[in-house]
Every structure is written in C-alpha cells, then in structure tokens.
Design a binder for this molecule. Structure first.
Ligand code: MG
Length: 267
C-alpha cells in the first residue's frame, strides 16, 4: 500500500481515529528525553485532525502527564506508560494493579542505580514504570548488555518485566496491558470505522497487532505505519502496512490525511 492508497482506504472507512506514538514518530529522538519536542508540522496536522475526527490519541511509553505537556493539544486523548495511564477529557486514569507495583519498580531502579556504575546513564522514574536510557554512554551496545542482564536478575519473582526500546531498557508491571490492548479499549468506546497508528519502536508492534485485532470485525479498517530509522527493530517494517521515512515522512502523511479529511468534510 502506498501513501495515497492508504489515505483513500481510510477515507472510505467512515469516521476515523488517528493514533500515534510520540518519540521517534512525531518528535525526533533527542539526546535526553526532556529535550524532545513535537515536530511543528505534526503539531499543525494533529491540531487540525483533532477538530475534524472523533478521536486523536497519542500513545507513549512516557508518563501520561509528560506526553500531554509535550503535545499540549487539549482535544487529544493521551495514553502513557504504554497504556497503563490515560488522560481523557481532563481526567487521568491509572491501571490499579500498576500503581500497586510502583514501590517494587522504584526499589529495583535504585538497586540498578547502585550496581551500574557507568557514565552517561539516565535513570527515569515514571510512576507506573521506570526507564534506564543508555543513548549517552560511550559504548551503548556494552551498556545494553550490562543493563539487561542485571535487570533480568533483579526482577526475578517480583511481577515486573523488562522491555527494550530505542537505546532504553524499561521496567514495567507484568500486566497484560500494552499499547495494543489500551488502543482496543479506547477505539471500542468511540464511534469510528477506521484507525491508523504510527510508531517507530518495538512496543509499537503491540499497537499494530491491537488495531488489526480491533479491525478484524464489522468491516472496520486499520492501517499501521512504520516510521523507518537506523535504530528500528527489523520487524517494524515487516509488520507495517505502510512505511514512512522518519518523522518527516510521517509529517507528510499526516498533512495528506488532514488535507483529505478537510476536503471530505467541505464536500
Ligand atoms: Mg517511539
């Protein structure tokens, strides 16, 4: 499917949900998480689409409050910590089992902070999850090995799982919730016939599977967009219906969607 075919396919599906990851998808990857900013063209398109569509959602591994502030659009639904947190119409929801695991995750992160004596590591507490970023270390591949082997020891028997992303290793509660299950729950509550999701990383594969599962009934339509980068997992391009070249490529496709929706509603 090329980009214009994807747009036409979705236009025919009826009311559309636009859903997207944040880092590496609508924001270029920054040296540290707090330096990331929403791409200006993505901001414009998301703002337009949030006025035209029944649902626009940003789905991130960040804390929900963090991603909400970075995007800053009030008409958008935000899912944080890979779906364990949600901000919708001014209210924040947290999966109860996830908040119970908060102290366990924090103590594992503290142990890791003591054990991993390495320059350039960034330890991030995210409420229902935690991240260790190794982008700024002198040898990222050695850092990754050390972090993953230590964490897999530290989490044993504690109901916590270790998940990897682009130059980051994360601790999450071993709950069934992921970007995919959270998206299904969200899409089922809105009156939409089609959905598109874009992402650049491993946890976005859960979202791809989720929106295809949602579309598997009642003639719904789903399109998954893989944002191509040098750091992406190989499965991303294989499992995406459409690929785009980096954040700029997704910004182009968002422009095209916003234009097509606007032309459609003006008809
Ligand atoms: Mg990402």
């Amino acid at each position: 499917m090329n980009h214009s075919e994807a747009v036409l396919y979705l236009l025919d599906a009826g009311p559309l949900a636009l859903t997207t990851d944040f880092d590496g998808t609508v924001s270029e990857i920054a040296p540290t998480p707090e330096l990331a900013t929403l791409h200006p063209r993505c901001r414009d398109s998301l703002a337009k689409l949030s006025e035209e569509l029944p649902l626009v959602a940003v789905v991130s591994g960040r804390r929900v409050e963090d991603v909400r502030q970075l995007v800053g659009l009030p008409g958008v639904v935000y899912l944080g910590n890979h779906g364990l947190e949600r901000w919708e119409n001014g209210t924040t929801y947290v999966e109860p089992s996830a908040s119970e695991q908060f102290l366990v995750i924090r103590s594992i992160l503290e142990e890791a902070r003591v054990e991993l004596n390495m320059r350039g590591l960034l330890f991030e507490e995210k409420g229902t999850g935690a991240s260790i970023h190794y982008r700024s270390t002198s040898n990222p591949s050695a850092a990754r090995t050390q972090i993953t082997s230590l964490l897999s020891e530290l989490v044993k028997g504690k109901g916590i799982k270790v998940v990897e992303g682009r130059r980051v290793v994360e601790l999450r509660p071993a709950s069934d919730t992921d970007k995919g299950t959270a998206l299904i729950e969200l899409l089922c509550r809105y009156d939409v016939g089609g959905a598109i999701y874009a992402g650049d990383d491993r946890t976005d594969l859960d979202a791809f599977a989720g929106i295809h599962r949602w579309a598997g009934q009642e003639g719904r339509r789903a399109v998954t967009v893989g944002v191509i980068s040098a750091e992406m997992p190989p499965e991303l391009a294989e499992q995406a219906d459409v690929t785009v070249d980096g954040v700029e490529g997704w910004a182009d496709l968002l422009d095209a969607l916003a234009d097509a929706m606007h032309a459609g509603s003006a008809r």
